[in-house]
Design a protein around this ligand. Sequence first.
Ligand SMILES: Cc1cc2nc3c(=O)[nH]c(=O)nc-3n(C[C@H](O)[C@H](O)[C@H](O)COP(=O)(O)OP(=O)(O)OC[C@H]3O[C@@H](n4cnc5c(N)ncnc54)[C@H](O)[C@@H]3O)c2cc1C
Length: 403
Amino acid sequence: MSATGTGVVIVGSGLAGISVARELRKLDATVPIRVVTADSGGFYSKPNLSNALAAGKSPTQLMLTLREVLEKQLNIRIDAGVRVTNILLAGQVLETTAGRIDYEKLVLAPGAQPIRLAIAGDAAAAVLSVNHIDDYAVFREQLASPSVKRVAILGAGLIGCEFANDLRSAGFEVDVFDIAPQPLGRLLPAQAAAFMRQHLEAAGVRFHFGVGAASVERAGAASGNIYSLTDSVGTVHAVDLVLSAVGLIPDAALAAAAGMVVNRGIVTDRQLRCRIADAESQAGAGRTEVQVFAVGDCAEVEGFNLPYVMPIMAQARALAKTLAGVPTDVAYPAMPVVVKTPACPTVVCPPPPGVVGNWQEDISVDGVRAVFVLPDGSLCGFALCGTATAEKSALAARLPALL
Ligand SMILES: Cc1cc2nc3c(=O)[nH]c(=O)nc-3n(C[C@H](O)[C@H](O)[C@H](O)COP(=O)(O)OP(=O)(O)OC[C@H]3O[C@@H](n4cnc5c(N)ncnc54)[C@H](O)[C@@H]3O)c2cc1C
């Protein structure tokens, strides 16, 4: 790739996009790197959003590096506030809200979109989701209102439980609703989930399991609360803010429209290279190999969509080498995820989806040690709560690599 050409263009300035830029710059001091991003282009750590109240951080304090500083540090160009609207593969051009941008190699890192539940009611549009620092600023602005005392959270997954713990630490009343029978339904086996529930309830979180939200209405002036949330069994709850944390869906719209293969996320091989649905039309366009890659929450790498920090860092390191001319497969070692619920310290390293085996749980007063064991007796995942989290590194070392 030439130092004077159009170089590498990255769509998105989240952890994935900026990490690719950082890693590539370490390997190549001169290749042009241009980041095109719909947001301000500054860098923040998204995991900090769900424990910022306890950490005493405002949205402004969470912004770690401003765009101008990043541009200088990494010798890159960041087009902030610019949305990519179309990818023209044949011409290697992006159409954007600020005009056309040529690329030699394209990295897609647009992240994921919060899932919006079908909720009725005249205040359904007021339900917030937090998947970006700008969403978080809106959330904090509303929390700062003296009339906001009681927060309803839809979803008792990892993000819902982290926000619940954080809001309790700041003195808000918190009600969490989930159609599942337990917290972290996709990550924790039954006893570990019961342990987490018990400790978050002891911290003051109120769980409503087996029920979802049916409607959110503006409450009458006399009610003293801002909204009425009616759950799926008809019980009405007076609340002041509703936060939805029911999951994310990879943002694959641009890739799909450009003819790339999309499943749950943008499908890539181990080198993070996208596949074109109609390979023959690519051959007709005179190219044998597509120079488009996907990383981060948007990507489905060899069947795995892993929206977490560690896999993204592994992807960024591997992709930087490929972009620098040394084709490199991404490797996934065991990658435990720390759940930021101080009321119940928890670490999870779930088995890959579909793997046959069973959970074995050891319960004590202080914690739960759960290991997922295959029929041949080998370890394939774990979930640790309370004092058992001390075993994180030892158990991770015994797990097979995911890729
Ligand atoms: C509250 C919260 C807490 C979390 N905590 C943890 C944790 O403790 N541990 C952990 O491992 N993971 C955690 N995660 C997950 C982790 O933060 C994400 O996996 C990661 O930040 C995703 O990075 P990304 O760059 O793929 O996407 P994003 O950060 O979403 O970045 C996407 C970028 O693309 C841009 N963009 C999108 N569409 C366009 C377009 N059309 N044109 C131009 N730009 C576009 C956006 O502006 C943005 O810059 C957490 C997530 C959340 C929401």
